[in-house]
Design a protein around this ligand. Structure first.
Ligand code: PBG
Length: 336
């Protein structure tokens, strides 16, 4: 009977398993690599002299007082992490409809940047978000007129915000507001003020995602935002061509690098952006992604270290040049 014994021809001609058989061989043919140089660590800053406040929806992540943040950034420096992104948890009483605190050169984030830069200098890059949500009593990223987040007036505020952050020593301004034309306006304002070498990392393709929930808890904007959403400025999660238009505009307007956000559910966008433009492309593994993986690991349903490294490597495979991730410090330790 023809099918009862194997003939030569029925064996596979090509055996991909041959390359996978031993560890040395797997290492030899590995296409993508994750290194500490790929990691950007987002940190939450709070007021106080030695406060350390856990964020319940992000187990293992804490808001840190400036002095503790300086120490934490020191750990990142020691591990070779190239950059940190600092986010302020602005005290509720400083949040207003017109977001004046955003342009106060003595606000929490500016003081944090000064402290981090004076302790660590150019051993690490400091990134600051430009957007009004940490300062607004309504939780939106811009100024509201007749119930609508207005574009141009918001952009004027964002320029002033970028300047106070650059004056504090911020290396990379990261507009995360999704207003139109803000990259060109901020570039112009920075240049005019003499900050020719301050970079812009544009949150170019930022979606109106439900994965930002824990972040909004961390910076205390969830309650302010209430049942509101950001769909009149952040992108529709259903769209992909539109992401390319956003990225094209931001590059044209002078962005040095671009970002896709969220991360893991948007790897298709990372790949399209990288293939289409070939510019430094970052992905943000956002708070909700961190929360999902951490919660499953806490229950023993997933192996924390393995899913962390797998998820980060997946960003590299998709074409990302780097990843903003709350796992940065932990991952860096494992990569050493
Ligand atoms: C502020 C901002 C947000 C995040 C980064 N910058 C939240 C938002 O747009 O509502 C989210 C980051 C995260 O979820 O980890 N504009």
């Amino acid at each position: 009977m023809a099918d009862s014994h194997c003939t030569m021809g029925s064996y596979p001609q090509t055996r991909l398993r041959r390359l996978r058989r031993n560890d040395w061989s797997r290492r030899l043919v590995q296409e993508n690599h994750l290194s500490v140089n790929d990691l950007i660590w987002p940190l939450f800053i709070c007021e106080g002299s030695s406060n350390r406040e856990p964020i319940p929806s992000m187990p293992g992540v804490e808001r840190l007082a400036i002095s503790l943040a300086v120490e934490a950034v020191g750990e990142a420096v020691a591990l070779g992490i190239p950059a940190v992104a600092l986010f302020p948890a602005t005290p509720a009483e400083k949040k207003t409809p017109e977001c004046e605190e955003a342009v106060n050169g003595e606000n929490l984030i500016c003081r944090a940047v000064r402290a981090v830069k004076s302790a660590h200098g150019d051993r690490i890059g400091v990134i600051c978000d430009v957007a009004l949500d940490p300062y607004s009593s309504h939780g939106q990223d811009g100024l509201i007129r007749d119930g609508y987040v207005v574009n141009d007036e918001t952009v004027a505020m964002l320029c002033r915000q970028a300047i106070v952050q650059a004056e504090a020593g911020c290396d990379i301004i990261a507009p995360s507001d999704m207003m139109d034309g803000r990259v060109a306006a901020i570039r112009g304002a920075l240049d005019e003020a003499g900050f020719l070498d301050v970079q812009i990392m544009a949150y170019a393709a930022k979606y109106a995602s439900a994965f930002y929930g824990p972040f909004r808890d961390a910076v205390g904007s969830s309650a302010n935002l209430g049942s509101g959403d950001k769909r009149t400025y952040q992108m529709d999660v259903a769209n992909s061509d539109e992401a390319l238009r956003e990225v094209a505009l931001d590059i044209e307007e002078g962005a040095d690098s671009v970002m896709v956000k969220p991360g893991m559910p948007y790897l298709d966008i990372v790949r399209r952006v990288k293939d289409s433009f070939g510019v430094p492309t970052f992905a943000y593994q956002v708070s909700g992604e961190y929360a999902m993986l951490s919660a499953a690991a806490e229950r023993g349903w997933l192996d924390r270290e393995k899913v962390m490294l797998e998820s980060l490597l997946a960003f590299k495979r998709a074409g990302a040049d780097g990843i903003l991730t709350y796992f940065a410090l932990e991952a860096a330790k494992l990569l050493h």
